[in-house]
Design a protein around this ligand. Structure first.
Ligand code: GRF
Length: 215
């Protein structure tokens, strides 16, 4: 069983999809702790409802950002966490945590990286006018949404989409690919070489999205 530590700042729907995937037996893992930087995060309710221990850790309580992430790493290590999951953690993780968990931190981003990194990836896609966007699960390095890509899902973007409608379409796919990426890790099927993540024994499918569809 892979021991997970989840970091989340808000609603926690991705956290929930991970909890649900564990419950059904799809994901051979356990969530050892939720750490949040937001005392009002709904993710806390989800932890309580599922008997998952949680910690509220806010940067302002620490002398520096490095100290903050050092303490987070300590909490995770003390619970023998093997893989750290950023499930809507709205901060750029700093070196002490990255060094404690090299290629052992996963993030989900609501765009097809390297397009539209940073905040509001969905709004950026709508404003840019792309016809396809999606979501990306990647390992975390010191940059903003720059680490090696593990899996991506693409969705169409329509001319009348808003940030909200596109977010909803993307979120459905987030809830599918994040548990799957963690499952691949748990099964020892991810091998990182430089920027490239090799996925052992994965199927190939020449699937295609063209938007708008050809007539
Ligand atoms: C998601 O859109 C995710 O891609 C981004 O933050 C949002 C978190 O949503 N990193 P939730 O808290 O998991 O519902």
């Amino acid at each position: 069983m892979l021991k997970l530590g989840v970091l989340a700042s808000g609603r926690g729907s991705n956290f929930q999809s991970i909890i649900d995937s564990i419950k059904t037996g799809y994901l051979p893992a356990s969530v050892e702790v939720l750490i949040t930087d937001n005392p009002d995060a709904y993710a806390i309710e989800r932890a309580k409802n599922n008997n998952i221990p949680y910690l509220i850790m806010q940067p302002k309580e620490y002398s520096s950002r490095d100290e903050y992430y050092r303490k987070i790493a300590e909490e995770l290590k003390s619970r023998s966490v093997e893989l750290v999951i950023l499930a809507g953690f709205m901060r750029v993780v700093k070196k002490p945590l990255i060094d404690a968990y090299p290629m052992r931190i996963m993030n989900i981003h609501p765009a097809l990286l390297p397009s539209f990194p940073g905040l509001h990836g969905q709004a950026q896609a709508v404003q840019y006018g792309v016809k396809i966007s999606g979501c990306t699960v990647h390992f975390v390095d010191e940059g903003v949404d720059t680490g090696p890509v593990i899996i991506q899902a693409a969705v169409p973007v329509y001319h009348d989409d808003t940030e909200e409608t596109l977010s909803e379409r993307i979120l459905k796919q987030e809830h599918r690919i994040f548990p799957y990426a963690i499952k691949l890790f748990a099964e020892g099927r991810l091998e990182v070489q430089g920027r490239i993540v090799h996925i052992k024994d994965s199927d190939r499918e020449d699937s295609l999205i063209i938007n708008p569809p050809l007539e």
